[in-house]
Design a protein. Structure first.
Ligand code: ADP
Ligand code: MG
Length: 480
């Protein structure tokens, strides 16, 4: 088994004995050895099974009501609607078969007034946007209703492919008259009032959308992952393994499960949490929850690095170069929560200059730190490597758990991944593969067996495919 290639020694830091002692201890805490990795993976698989069999476990393992697999031959016009961040996006997706598709889309900003006002106003606004878009596309007088897949990225308890209840708002939304209601019905009412030829046929979770968008041209797709602001995964499960299913007989023997794996090990049984992670958790808006997500996703990695760096500053182990220079007062930015973004880690890790001039530049432009020595920069780069490597290895652990849970056949497995962290963080993918290969040593070339790939636009193409699957299920049920 190959050893983890990086971030295991301190000899090249060339710091003071105190700095080296600190780094040695840090490396021990942040390195996930193959042995630890394998224990985490075993626990992960056990939690998956628990969540499939009973409600209320840490891994929620939510049935998505999306049944069966895609063939790539799905065809037709579908709308997709994505609500969940700063923008509202409407997409017209034309599925052409053979895994090919075309999209046209429009974006609109959601004002703070709409985000916090009555839900009816927000739905009327969405209906207006769809109306304008249909007119632009010459589809306003469609004879048949266009099916719409609605990616609604808030916590929803789903009860059918196009039915669910909003549990609570997140991300700055707080519209009145929505919690406890079905977002599909509220939107459909607004569309009806305007006599728009659109029917909301699917309520889509973004991981499920990511899986579907990858599966349309890669039929051996078994899972979709989000590695962006947050992280989560979805995979295709056999109905007979979903012990808690009470929805009666399904049209297909398989269903996509939304794992909600960001909550994995909230009870802290296996994850090697450090005090830097504990600090982040305690100061977050959701302490004690989403622990796994907090170790692996874009919103948090920079903050963990910041926690290490500020601790080193307090111990006078960083930025000590010039007499009278006090980094704590010179850089306000580094003292502020979330002041160190995950994208800085990407830039710092990407620095291959011999004197780490790019790292210096990142510190200077983003954090007003002008006094970093080369040793400081080597330390900071190493801290980024440690936190970034741990994240990628844990993501790999989740992937290996899914693949092993599902079993590997001769065709191997495709995994679609969406999110800026996976897309832009250098070596994230390489490190993820490294972890998977340690967990599955029986495969000499893991990249041929577990094929990771960027799957963009789960909330566009993925949602449209979900609407398409919904229509297929409806069709089968009406004939049954
Ligand atoms: P979302 O998950 O909200 O759909 P993204 O997939 O774009 O959005 O992920 C945004 C997250 O990715 C942010 O938390 C940000 O810190 C992180 N991110 C953005 N750019 C980079 C980068 N170059 N390297 C690493 N992380 C990045
Ligand atoms: Mg996204």
């Amino acid at each position: 088994m190959p050893a983890p290639p990086e971030a295991t020694t301190i000899k090249d830091i060339n710091g003071s004995p105190e700095q080296e002692a600190y780094m040695k201890c840090l490396i021990e805490q942040l390195t996930i050895t193959p042995d630890k990795l394998s224990r985490i993976c075993e626990h992960f698989k056990g939690e998956m099974t628990k969540g499939l069999n009973k409600e209320g476990h840490t891994l929620a393992m939510i049935p998505s009501y999306v049944e069966g697999r895609l063939t790539g031959e799905e065809k037709g016009n579908f709308l997709a609607l994505d609500l969940g961040g700063t923008n509202l996006r409407v997409v017209l997706v034309t599925l052409e078969g053979q895994g090919k598709f075309k999209t046209v889309s429009t974006k609109a900003r959601i004002s703070d007034t709409l985000k916090t006002g009555p839900m009816r106003d927000l739905c009327d606004y969405i209906a207006d946007c769809i109306d304008t878009f249909l007119t632009e596309q010459g589809l306003e007088d469609q004879e048949t209703e266009l099916p719409l897949g609605y990616t609604f990225s808030f916590p929803v308890l789903q009860s059918k492919i196009n039915r669910g209840t909003l549990l609570t708002w997140t991300k700055g939304f707080s519209c009145t008259g929505a919690v406890g209601k079905d977002p599909v019905i509220l939107l459909q009412d607004a569309l009806l009032k305007k006599h728009l030829p659109v029917k909301v046929t699917a309520l889509v979770n973004d991981t499920v959308g990511t899986l579907l968008s990858n599966a349309y041209n890669k039929p051996d797709t078994i899972a979709g992952l989000i590695l962006g602001t947050g992280s989560n995964g979805a995979y295709i499960e056999q109905m007979d393994k979903i012990g808690k299913w009470q929805g009666g007989k399904t049209a297909f023997p398989e269903m996509i499960i939304n794992m909600e794996f960001g909550a994995f090990d909230n009870e802290r049984v296996v994850l090697p949490l450090t005090r830097y992670d504990n600090k982040l958790d305690r100061e977050s808006i959701n302490p004690h929850s989403q622990i796994f997500e907090k170790l692996i996703s874009g919103m948090y990695l920079g903050e963990i690095v910041r926690n290490v760096l500020t601790d080193m500053m307090d111990r006078e182990l960083l930025f000590q170069r010039s007499e009278g220079f006090d980094a704590k007062t010179a850089s306000k930015e580094i003292s502020v929560q979330w002041g160190f973004e995950t994208s800085y880690m990407s830039n710092i890790e990407d620095d291959s200059t011999s004197n780490l001039s790019r790292t210096k530049e990142v510190l200077d432009t983003n954090l007003s730190i002008q006094n970093a020595s080369e040793t400081d920069c080597r330390i900071i780069k190493r801290v980024c490597e440690l936190v970034g490597t741990r994240a990628a290895r844990l993501a790999g652990c989740a992937i290996a758990a899914i693949v092993q849970h599902c079993g590997v056949n001769e065709k191997g497995a495709d995994i679609g991944i969406d999110g800026s962290l996976y897309e832009f963080y250098p070596s994230f993918e390489k490190r993820t593969y490294q972890a998977i290969s340690e967990l599955m040593p029986e495969y000499p070339d893991i990249t041929k067996v577990v094929r990771l790939g960027l799957a963009r636009d789960g909330s566009g193409v993925g949602a449209a495919l979900c609407a398409c699957v919904a229509a297929r299920m409806e069709d089968i049920k009406s004939k049954a």
